[in-house]
Design a binder for this molecule. Structure first.
Ligand code: GLV
Ligand code: MN
Ligand code: MN
Ligand code: MN
Length: 404
């Protein structure tokens, strides 16, 4: 695969859902841009003589070989983005998978011994419905359809509404054990979301672990009132409790060597000249091990509650999603490292459908160097040269897995 060929396919998708002002992407599951990405994928897959289907949970599959066969070698990623996210998180794994199939064919390989599938998982980022990896979680039964039925986007739309927008049956989502049973192995290629590969001077890496992480919704209630007439001593201001909570999260994470972020907040009623009545915020916390993660969240929760007592506010903290630690299959990882001539092995603090799949089938991840180290923001990048190297590496891995 040449960098030029990678760049040509890459650019055929790059304009979809791009915000001209920020340069970032707004590709929310089952929204207009996401539906266009799905159409793009379907056309590219059909052009390659793959058979395309969308499963009951809204994940799209393109098959090379027996679609009903078992022990399939599955690769792919997602096409949805966080608000104003980067171009590479997700799409790089999908574009690379399609091009890896081209590479394999050009190497003269035909009729894989095990079926190969490229999958596009739905709602990986959780940017629309709040819970990440919904497509893979639903398929594997890691989340109950009853729980998904309660999730709403910012316009009060449901996952079922999303499926309907994609011309899918809104009533059939849920565990897909038959499909899961046909997956023999899953390999996801992804842009690196950090600078380890830059520091190691390596274009490609292999993942060994994902940090445990989760999202907690924090609701702080106080008393709305007039900004000009309410004495400072009479206020019950949830914004104060919130501000303290943000500082506490940062401090507790630093002390523990963990990561904590508050990236989303909603203030009610949201008037410049009114004390808020309610602040809702989302805490994203991650750590190398579950006990550290639990300790950080418990400390933030304790400090928020204590502060609320002083502010005359109340605090409720609810876990919206928790993703346990992932250790990728060591045998598969070693086989891939050997196939690729010994690239570096590294853990990540980012969540992936590969993490969800890893509880059910041998799973691995390849990372492509990101010169900025930035992710979930427009500055995310990978060079065409490194991306082409990623395609070739993925092709090597698929050849190793599907023709032996
Ligand atoms: C998803 O990319 C996440 O790690 O938040
Ligand atoms: Mn992401
Ligand atoms: Mn991703
Ligand atoms: Mn992710």
């Amino acid at each position: 695969m040449t960098p030029e060929r990678f760049g040509a396919l890459w650019r055929s998708l790059a304009h979809v859902g791009r915000d001209a002002t920020s340069g970032g992407y707004l590709r929310y599951s089952f929204g207009d841009a996401d539906l266009r990405c799905r159409e793009w994928f379907t056309e590219e897959a059909l052009d390659r003589d793959l058979s395309v289907e969308t499963d009951r949970n809204g994940n799209v599959w393109a098959w090379w070989g027996d679609q009903r066969g078992s022990d399939a070698v599955v690769t792919g990623s997602h096409l949805d983005s966080v608000p104003h996210g980067g171009a590479y998180d997700g799409p790089l794994g999908v574009v690379s998978a399609l091009l890896a199939i081209d590479v394999l064919r050009e190497r003269g390989l035909s009729a894989p011994h095990r079926p190969i599938a490229v999958v596009v998982f739905a709602e990986e980022e959780g940017a629309r419905f709040g819970v990440p990896c919904l497509g893979s979680r639903l398929m594997t039964g890691a989340i109950a359809p009853e729980q998904v039925r309660t999730l709403r986007d910012r316009d009060r739309m449901t996952y079922a509404d999303g499926l309907l927008a994609a011309d899918l049956d809104p009533d059939r989502f849920g565990p897909d054990t038959e499909r899961l049973g046909r997956i023999g192995v899953f390999v996801e290629l992804h842009v690196e979301q950090g600078k380890a590969l830059v520091e190691l001077d390596a274009p490609i890496g292999v993942a060994d672990a994902i940090w445990p992480h989760g999202r907690w919704r924090i609701t702080i209630d106080g008393a709305g009132d007039h900004a000009g007439t309410t004495r400072m001593s009479d206020r019950r201001d949830p914004m104060l409790t919130f501000a303290y909570g943000v500082l506490a999260a940062n401090k507790e994470a630093r002390l523990a060597g963990a990561h904590a972020t508050v990236g989303r907040v909603a203030v009610e009623p949201g008037a410049t000249n009114a004390i808020p009545s309610r602040v809702t915020a989302w805490l994203d916390a991650r750590a190398a091990d579950p006990s550290t993660l639990d300790a950080v969240v418990a400390a933030v929760s304790g400090r928020l509650t204590e502060r609320a007592g002083r502010d005359g506010t109340t605090v409720e903290i609810v876990a919206e999603s928790v993703s346990p630690s992932v250790s990728f299959d060591p045998e598969l990882r070693d086989r891939i490292v050997k196939t690729l001539g010994g690239p570096p092995v590294l853990p990540t603090g980012a969540g992936h459908d590969a993490g969800v799949l890893s509880a059910h089938v041998p799973t691995a991840m390849l990372f492509v160097r990101n010169p900025t180290g930035v992710s979930h923001a427009p500055g995310e990048h990978a060079t065409d040269v490194d991306c082409a190297a990623g395609v070739n590496a993925l092709a090597d891995v698929l050849a190793e897995l599907a023709w032996r």
